[in-house]
Each structure stands twice: as structure tokens, then as C-alpha cells.
Write a protein that binds this ligand. Structure first.
Ligand code: ATP
Ligand code: MG
Length: 417
């Protein structure tokens, strides 16, 4: 058997043997593909959470073949040829070989199933991602020289780049991710194709752009990817509000991403700190859940770059205004990291960070201020019916608390008088 594969890769191949045998017995071929092949050839650590396989079997046949081996089967992706299966605790995605072609104006790729591994690999994005392991023979299928490109640090497409990018323009954005993530140098023809085809990004959904950009942002060397987007002018087609900034500010945004923590919101905020409409920019990418509010909260240049000291009142207001379960400390830590990258003093943010923990020790409800009197107690004390006057009184108590700190119920009553 093969000695060209590392022990971890041989273990994956071995884990898959029962599956491989089933496909063979039914007259089909099964191949391991994608990131798992690439990363293991590079000797990189990689968990078993993203195991992609491809086969000439059709989705319904895949489902039948995995059915009594798998603990669970997912068929949400069946229309696109993908069946998910958990086998011995590991998640696999098995996809029918395909020929995926975009209709010129459509946002949805039309999927054509194929029977040929070479054709399937040819339609993948880059040569380094267009390698497969034949699980029956335990050999590498590498028709486009992906292994040599990995060794030589070359990023190129299996097909001519303009053909590949017009099939799926998202690949242009993926080029930035694989450049930054694997230090692969883009082939000159690939760069030219991106320069001339940027507008094609309009047919790609906001969600796909967001997911791909986010994967780029989370890389340790994300700045290289941002630089590629700037140099090819693709940035104007994915984040026009950022592309509009001066080039030094965009370069600084790249540096900031690498300098802040690894959280998703921090990374987006580092990227977008200087754009004029952060909320519009991030919500245009249709992010899930609370991300928009979190990014808008962090990407506030007046707060992040403030040069005057934070008073206790500022900190109380800031602590009460954090979105969700966040704490003001995260905002201040972000400000410290940004100041360090931008070579400004970190003193203001560090002092605030130290002060806020003292303040929280003295005022345990700092992050979620509790009024000393409830609305009905205020109404009873003032002898008025519930109405706008009560809201006004509650606001007065709240404001007083921000300025002076917590008060007792008696102090609140005295204030109302
Ligand atoms: P990661 O390790 O970050 O998951 P990956 O290479 O596995 O990287 P995925 O996005 O998970 O990337 O895709 C799996 C594989 O599917 C890729 O390696 C590539 O072969 C192929 N692929 C993914 N997206 C595209 C695309 N837009 N066009 C062509 N091929 C693609
Ligand atoms: Mg993957």
C-alpha cells in the first residue's frame, strides 16, 4: 500500500475502509477530496470535523450506501449532490462528482452531476484544492499538479482562470483566502483575471461573500488577503465602503485585523473601523444573529480612539450600553489592541480597563443596572397613575445613577421630591 501518505492521513483512509468497501461492492468509486487532502499533504494539524469525499454514485445511491453504517444522515444538500453522514462519530460530506455551471445572470449555480473524477477536480477552485485520494487504490489523483504547486507555493486554477471565475466568481475571493492562509503566490494570469472580472461578483449572494470574507478575516495573516483584494480592485466589488477609503487606511485595516483578538466580531470591527456606514456595510452581508450589533458596538472610532480619560460616569454608561451579554471590558481591550497597532498610546484604554474592574467590585450591577425603585413603587410614592410621568421619573433615577452611582430606595425617593 501507499507509503506516500502520512500516518494521520492513513488513519483517515483506514477509518473510511468500511465505507469504501460498500461503494466498491456496489460498483462505485469513492475519493477523499478538498482541504483534508491538501492540509495532510502539507503535514498540517487538522481535526476530523471536515471530511469531504466525492463519488460517481448519485445522491440517492449515496444515501442508500451509508444508511446502515451511519449514526445520522443529512440530506439538506441533496439537490446539490451532497449527503452528510456521521460514521463512528465523524462527520463526512459525500458529494456526487459534478460539473457546476453558472447561468450568466443567475445567482444560483445549476448543478450537473458527473461520473468522472478528473472533470470533478477540474471544476474545483485551485490546483492545491483539486487533488483527491483514491480510497480503493490509496493513491493520489493529482491531474493538475496541485502537489507541486503546494511545494512551490503557487496559487493557480485548474482551468483557465477567466473560465473558472466566470463559472463561480466567488473563487476570486477564495483566492485571497488561500493566498493569505497558505502563503501561495498567485499566478500572474490569475491576478489579471481577477482585475478584469471583479464586477462578476454581483451574481454571488451576500451570504457566500460573507462566509468567505469571514474565513479570510479569521486567518493569522489576513492582511495579505486584504492587500490582494486591494491590488486587484476586487475590494470595490465585495466591500465598496471600505474600498472607498484612502489606501493607507485600508492597509491599516489589514494590520488591525492581525493585531486584535481572534473573535469574529473583533475581526470585522478591525476591518471596518474607518468605514462611514458600519451598520449598513455589515448588515448588507446578512450576518447571522447578533453580529451586526456587536460589530457596530466595537467599530466606533470615537470610542476606540478617544484620547480623554474615561470618567466613572462614562464607564457606567458604556457598561450599560453593551449589546447582549458583552461587557465593556471587551470594548476597552479592543481599543488597547487597536491603539497598539496604530502606534498610539494605550494608556487611556488601559486605565479605563483597570478602573472598570474596581467599579464593578463596588457596583455589582454595573453591567445591568437595576433601578432602586420599580415603576409601580414610583407611581405609588408620587401618587400618580401609571403613565408618561413614571417613565420620566425612572429616567431621572437612571441618569442620576450614571452620574453618581447606585442609590438606595430612600435616596431615590428623596431625589423624586
Ligand atoms: P477549509 O480547510 O478552510 O475548509 P477547504 O479546501 O476544505 O478549506 P471548503 O470551502 O471546505 O474548502 O471546500 C472544500 C473543497 O471544495 C475545496 O477544497 C475545493 O476543492 C472545493 N470548493 C469549495 N468551494 C469551491 C468553489 N467556490 N469553487 C470550486 N471549488 C470549490
Ligand atoms: Mg473544508
Amino acid at each position: 500500500m501507499s507509503t506516500e501518505f502520512s500516518a494521520p492521513l492513513l488513519r483517515i483512509i483506514d477509518d473510511m475502509a468500511p465505507l469504501t468497501e460498500r461503494f466498491a461492492a456496489a460498483g462505485y468509486r469513492l475519493y477523499l477530496v478538498g482541504g483534508v487532502v491538501r492540509d495532510h499533504l502539507l503535514g498540517l494539524e487538522r481535526g476530523d470535523s471536515d471530511l469531504d469525499a466525492t463519488t460517481d454514485a448519485r445522491p440517492a445511491e449515496i444515501k442508500a450506501l451509508v444508511s446502515n453504517l451511519a449514526e445520522a444522515v443529512w440530506s439538506q444538500g441533496e439537490r446539490f449532490g451532497t449527503i452528510g453522514a456521521q460514521i463512528n462519530g465523524k462527520p463526512y460530506e459525500i458529494t456526487t462528482h459534478r460539473a457546476e455551471v453558472y447561468a450568466d445572470s443567475s445567482r444560483k449555480p445549476t448543478v450537473e452531476f458527473g461520473t468522472d473524477i478528473r472533470a470533478d477536480l477540474e471544476r474545483r477552485d485551485f490546483t492545491v484544492n483539486a487533488m483527491a485520494i483514491d480510497l480503493h487504490e490509496q493513491t493520489l489523483v493529482d491531474p493538475f499538479g496541485g502537489r507541486a504547486d503546494l511545494a512551490d507555493n503557487v496559487l493557480r486554477t485548474p482551468m483557465a482562470p477567466n473560465v473558472s471565475f466566470s463559472d463561480d466568481p466567488l473563487r476570486m475571493l477564495r483566492a485571497a483566502r488561500f493566498h493569505a492562509g497558505y502563503d501561495l503566490v498567485p499566478d500572474p494570469g490569475l491576478l489579471e483575471a481577477i482585475e478584469s472580472m471583479g464586477e462578476r461578483m454581483v451574481i454571488v449572494s451576500a451570504e457566500r461573500i460573507r462566509d468567505e470574507l469571514q474565513k479570510l478575516l479569521l486567518l493569522p495573516h489576513a492582511a495579505a488577503g486584504i492587500r490582494l483584494l486591494t491590488e486587484t480592485r476586487l475590494l470595490a466589488n465585495v466591500l465598496p465602503t471600505l474600498a472607498r477609503l484612502d489606501s493607507e487606511l485600508i492597509e491599516l485595516a489589514g494590520a488591525r485585523i492581525e493585531g486584535v483578538g481572534a473573535g469574529v466580531a473583533e475581526r470585522w470591527a478591525a476591518l471596518l473601523l474607518d468605514v462611514s456606514d458600519v451598520r449598513g456595510t455589515i448588515s448588507g452581508l446578512k450576518p447571522a444573529g447578533a453580529l451586526t450589533n456587536d460589530v457596530v458596538w466595537l467599530a466606533n472610532p470615537d470610542v476606540i480612539r478617544r484620547s480623554e480619560a474615561w470618567s466613572d460616569e462614562d464607564l457606567r454608561r458604556g457598561a450599560a450600553a453593551t449589546p447582549g451579554d458583552h461587557r465593556i471590558d471587551e470594548l476597552l481591550q479592543f481599543a488597547v489592541a487597536v491603539a497598539a497597532v496604530e502606534k498610539r498610546s494605550t494608556a487611556v484604554a488601559l486605565a479605563a480597563l483597570a478602573r472598570v474592574s474596581d467599579l464593578r467590585a463596588a457596583e455589582p450591577d454595573l453591567d445591568d443596572p437595576q433601578p432602586p425603585l420599580r415603576g409601580d413603587e414610583v407611581a405609588e410614592f408620587l401618587g400618580v397613575e401609571p403613565g408618561p410621568a413614571i417613565g420620566e421619573a425612572m429616567r431621572l433615577i437612571g441618569e442620576h445613577r450614571f452620574v453618581n452611582g447606585p442609590m438606595t430606595a430612600d435616596e431615590a425617593r428623596a431625589l423624586l421630591i
